[in-house]
Each structure stands twice: as C-alpha cells, then as structure tokens.
Design a binder for this molecule. Structure first.
Ligand code: SF4
Ligand code: SF4
Length: 99
C-alpha cells in the first residue's frame, strides 16, 4: 500500500451509530464523501451490525459534492472539521451551511 499525506477536514463527530464505520459516535473510515445533488448526506454510510475494528483513526472528508454549501470550494470541503448526524431517514453533514 502506498501512503499519501493530505490535508483534509476531519469528521469531528458522527451520531449515526448504525453505520459500520462508527465506533463510539466517531467515524473511523479513512475518508468519507459527502453530498449528492439533493442534500449533504454522507455517501459513505454503510448500514450493518459489524463495525470497523479500526477505532483510533479519525476520518477525513475526502470529497464533497454539495457545491451550494459555503464551505465548498471546487467540490472539496474547506471547513476545519464537520459533524454528521441522522436527520429522519437521511444522515447529513450538519456543518452544511447555504451560501
Ligand atoms: S460519517 Fe458517514 S461513514 Fe462515517 S460513521 Fe458517520 S455515517 Fe458512517
Ligand atoms: S461543511 Fe459543507 S462543504 Fe463541508 S462536507 Fe459539509 S456540506 Fe460539504
């Protein structure tokens, strides 16, 4: 495996504990993708009872497709950190803010 050093916003909290990447209300994916043309949802969400064994890594925001958010620049998130939480049937970036 090759290693890359990237500056990314961190996922400071995620309340979607039903996601396979969630342990102790934190995301432990390497990086998540946020957004589609409809809302700023977490595209990396994976429903499942088995959770990742990696519980020390802090996830970053690898890409964000919510270009209407004020933190979005060139389809990337430029916030320092984001938070994610369920909202009805969706799991959204709660840091999202319209321009
Ligand atoms: S941020 Fe997304 S991928 Fe990470 S735990 Fe939450 S829902 Fe899952
Ligand atoms: S804060 Fe805005 S740009 Fe950053 S991930 Fe959330 S919706 Fe995307």
């Amino acid at each position: 495996m090759k290693h890359m050093t990237l500056d990314m916003p961190i996922v400071a909290e995620c309340l979607a504990n039903e996601c396979a990447y969630n342990v102790n209300m934190n995301c432990h994916a390497r990086a998540i993708t946020v957004g589609n043309s409809l809302h700023a949802g977490c595209d990396t969400f994976l429903s499942g009872s088995v959770h990742t064994r990696e519980a020390t890594r802090t996830a970053g925001v690898g890409a964000c497709k919510s270009a209407e958010c004020k933190f979005n620049e060139d389809f990337e998130c430029m916030a320092d950190s984001i938070k994610v939480a369920p909202a009805g049937k969706e799991i959204n970036c709660t840091t999202h803010s319209p321009r």
